[in-house]
Write a protein that binds this ligand. Structure first.
Ligand code: IP8
Length: 251
């Protein structure tokens, strides 16, 4: 049983202020994750660590060695905070940095070294990855979002559960949570799907997330978007309870 959990950067950080972790949320989430960390891979977003630097150096458009280093170091700082909190909470976290194990081609993952991850999971460790700046064979370097990481891992590890914790209760349409999103209803809700709050999100917000997850659903792997800002939701999401929006294949 393999579960992939992403926690968005807006849950873990205040996206309006440079490098400001929400420590209370991080510690609560670490405790919740530690209690169901067996067979789990955790991926976290960058929030105000990373997006601000990537934007400052315009990293999606230009190859900039200084920007690459600054952006990577920033997301690693958040990763260290998350890993530390998970360790304190009793999990056995290990940091895994995409810059060192993934390669892109035109912004999409071309290669990712999965061997160490399967070994970590088998040995009871909790790999903790994050959105990162990653080398790209066509562009030099590009920003790899945690959303693309989870869909890639879900396919290559054959995940049983894929859950994305955000600060929203799920996909919202007309002020209500949409319980299921498929290719059939996507065109109707799409105009209401926005970007993300706070700093410029260089990887695209809710619309991009849902598109990524619909591609995963086309491959037969459903996923859940839920509110990780609310206590107790992580366990429910990982147990398969419908506590948000299920993105699934067409029936
Ligand atoms: O927050 C973005 O990852 P995301 C990574 O998961 C950087 O979209 C470096 C901005």
């Amino acid at each position: 049983m393999v579960g992939i959990l992403k926690i968005g950067g807006s849950v873990l950080t205040d996206k309006t202020k440079l490098e400001s972790p929400r420590m209370e949320a991080i510690e609560r989430i670490a405790a919740e994750v530690a209690s169901c960390s067996s067979g789990l891979v955790l991926v976290h977003g960058a929030g105000s660590f990373g997006h601000i630097h990537a934007d400052k150096y315009d990293l999606r458009e230009r190859f900039d060695p200084e920007g690459i280093l600054e952006t990577h170091r920033s997301v690693v700082r958040l990763n260290e905070i998350v890993v530390e909190a998970l360790g304190q909470a009793g999990a056995h976290p290990v940091p895994v940095h995409p810059l060192s194990c993934a390669l892109l081609q035109d912004g999409r993952i071309r290669d990712m070294n999965i061997g160490p991850l399967t070994e970590m999971i088998e040995r009871g460790l909790l790999p903790v990855l994050h959105g990162d700046v990653v080398m790209d064979r066509a562009r030099g370097a590009d920003i790899l979002s945690g959303d693309q990481i989870i869909t890639h891992l879900a396919r290559s590890l054959g995940a049983d559960v894929v859950a994305l914790g955000t600060r929203e209760d799920g996909v919202i349409y007309g002020g209500e949570v949409v319980s299921r999103v498929t290719r059939e209803n996507y065109h109707r809700i799409e105009p209401e799907l926005g970007g993300s709050r706070g700093v410029d999100d260089v990887t695209g917000g809710m619309r991009k997330k849902v598109m990524e997850l619909l591609d995963l659903a086309d491959d037969g792997i459903p996923s859940l978007i839920f509110n990780a800002g609310k206590k107790g939701m992580i366990e429910k999401a990982l147990e398969g309870e419908l506590v948000g929006t299920l993105v699934e294949g067409s029936s």
